[in-house]
Structure formats: structure tokens, C-alpha cells
Ligand binder design. Structure first.
Ligand SMILES: [Zn+2]
Length: 324
């Protein structure tokens, strides 16, 4: 059984500077601020420029090999901008920077071949780097899961550090009023420990969507509910999709995606895990009672990140809270 499909951890635009889904730009590429050499280089703008440049055939000055679309403006992105400008404007127009409303952005939109990539489905042969980019965050994700387990264990055992640990558990799970807190803590602990087993063999449990089956499920990742325990169907994996681009360059984001999906994957009671989405401080997350938090995927993801790193300001990549 698939989950209800709203694992769109990255697809929603962060409040403020939104990052456009690179697969489906609506019309021309528009940037808010300059991109490139000496530019403002807002992540969303860089993302769009990289995406646009990759749609320009090399014969028209497009980059080869294509740029990695990560929203970070480094030497390769600047080099690609220069090469594109030189092609169309000569050396005089080659300052390595794209300004809103100026000639380079106009030429870019003119030269984009919009049917050229990224198109689904992904291929493991040619797009395996995307899976590799996600899996590079396995060690960090593991450290977050370990930290979560340590916090929960500390809260269970009591003693010197139990107060702080319990406070963090309370912030995320709100089990304080429950009749059997110890049983709840054991449940949380076991769920994280199952995640560790997945992280031990990510090659077995994770894959890239090469079949397009997830296209209407999620743009980033999805997982088979309870798949970890389903010995009858070993094909049910945690599946990353093209939208994992967004997460692959940000360790906290990648870890959040991993833990969210693993929470689905280790679910044994059939709960979908989408009661509230967003960061722990969001009103929609705060409104969840323990009967929901104990199943909620984003709750497990946020708790592990804060267990690992201490309190975190609401990250920009967390989509705004929704009730599902
Ligand atoms: Zn989900």
C-alpha cells in the first residue's frame, strides 16, 4: 500500500524566497535579483538560471555537461553564464552576470528548448548521481537518528539529563499527559531503531524512481507504508524522485526527507503519518495531540534534527504547515 501521496517535502515554496519546482517552470524564467559574478545570487534565482541554462543546447551556448541544479552559484554556473553571453553578445557582453529584465535573461528565455530535460522518468543509468547525492547524507541522517534515540533513552532512564531530554520529547510529541509515558517512549525508540537498520543498508532500501510510478504521488520522495516489515514484497522501497534535487545539497533537508520517508516505511499499525506537516513550531504542528504525533512523519524528522543539533530556527526549506 502506498501512502496517501503527500510527501511533497520540498515542493511547497518556503515562505519568502520561493524555489520553483524545476521540472515545470511556468512560462519564462524570471529572477528577482542578479545572478552570477558579483550578483545577489538568491538561491531560487540561481536555481532557475541553472535550470534555464541546462535547457539551452550546447550549439546555442548551453553548458556541457549540464550544470548541477542546486541553487548555488559557483564557478561552473558563472562559467556557463559567461559562455552563454559570449556566444550571443561577444566579449563585450560577457560579464558573467544575469540581471533581471536585461538582455541575457531575454536571450536565455529565447534559446531555451523547453522540452529538453528534466523529464521523467529518471534512469538509474544516467541519473544515478541523484541517488548518490541523497545517499551521501546517510551518515549525517544516522547521527540524527542516533541522537533521537539517545534523547528518548535518557528521558526513559531518568537521572541527571532526563529533564532536558524529556523537555525536547514534550516539545515534539506531547506525551506528558498520557497514561503510560514509558510505553510511548519505548515505541518512539523502537521506531528510530528500525530506521537505523534501513540506514545500514540504504542500497537495499532506497532507490530512484525509474518507472514514473510516483509522478502523481510526490515530486520528492515516497515510501511504502510498512514496507520494512513486508517480507512478501521486497520491491517496496523508499523512492527518491527528481525533486530530491532540492534536498540533496542541504544536509538537514536531506535528513528530514530521509526520516520522514523512513517513518512511513517502518510503520506497523497502518497509520499514514501525515497528520501535520511543517516545523515543530508551526501552529499546525503544535495543534497535534500525542495520538497523532506518535505517528506523524514530520514530527520524527524534526525531533531527530533538534536532538542532534539543539534548537533550530524554522528552516526555509520546510514547507508551510498543512493539515491532511
Ligand atoms: Zn510522507
Amino acid at each position: 500500500m502506498l501512502d496517501d501521496g503527500e510527501c511533497k517535502i520540498a515542493a511547497a515554496k518556503p515562505s519568502g524566497s520561493g524555489v520553483t519546482d524545476p521540472r515545470r517552470p511556468e512560462g519564462d524564467i524570471v529572477i528577482a535579483k542578479s545572478v552570477g559574478q558579483g550578483g545577489v545570487n538568491q538561491q531560487a534565482d540561481v536555481f532557475n538560471i541553472q535550470y534555464g541554462l541546462d535547457q539551452v543546447p550546447p550549439v546555442d551556448g548551453g553548458p556541457t555537461p549540464p550544470l548541477k541544479i542546486d541553487g548555488l552559484c559557483g564557478p561552473k554556473t558563472i562559467g556557463a553564464i559567461r559562455a552563454f553571453q559570449q556566444k550571443h553578445f561577444g566579449w563585450a557582453g560577457c560579464d558573467g552576470r544575469i540581471d533581471p529584465g536585461k538582455q541575457t535573461i531575454a536571450k536565455l528565455n529565447e534559446k531555451r528548448q523547453r522540452w529538453i530535460m528534466p523529464s521523467l522518468p529518471l534512469s538509474l543509468t544516467t541519473d544515478g548521481w541523484l541517488l548518490a547525492d541523497m545517499l551521501q547524507h546517510v551518515p549525517y541522517t544516522r547521527s540524527c537518528v542516533h541522537a533521537a534515540m539517545t534523547k528518548v533513552q535518557s528521558a526513559k532512564l531518568g537521572g541527571l539529563f532526563a529533564g532536558g531530554s524529556m523537555a525536547l520529547v514534550e516539545k515534539h510529541f506531547r506525551i506528558g499527559g498520557r497514561p503510560n509515558i514509558d510505553a510511548d517512549l519505548t515505541k518512539i525508540y523502537n521506531i528510530y531503531s528500525h530506521m537505523l537498520s534501513i540506514l545500514d543498508r540504504p542500497d537495499v532500501y532506497c532507490t530512484l524512481d525509474t518507472t514514473d510510478e510516483g509522478e502523481f504521488i510526490s515530486t520528492v520522495a515516497f515510501a511504502r507504508l510498512g514496507g520494512f516489515f513486508d517480507k512478501s514484497d521486497l520491491t517496496g522501497k523508499i523512492v527518491f524522485r527528481r525533486g530530491a534535487y532540492f534536498a540533496s545539497g542541504i544536509p538537514d533537508f536531506a535528513s528530514f526527507v530521509f526520516i520522514h520517508e523512513m517513518r512511513h516505511y517502518v510503520e506497523q499499525q497502518g497509520d499514514i503519518g501525515h497528520h501535520g506537516k511543517g516545523w515543530v513550531t508551526d501552529p499546525g504542528m503544535q495543534a497535534l495531540g500525542p495520538e497523532k504525533t506518535l505517528f506523524n512523519c514530520d514530527t520524527y524528522a524534526g525531533f531527530a534534527l533538534e536532538a542532534r543539533n539543539g534548537e533550530i530556527q524554522r528552516p526555509g526549506w520546510v514547507r508551510s504547515t498543512q493539515f491532511r
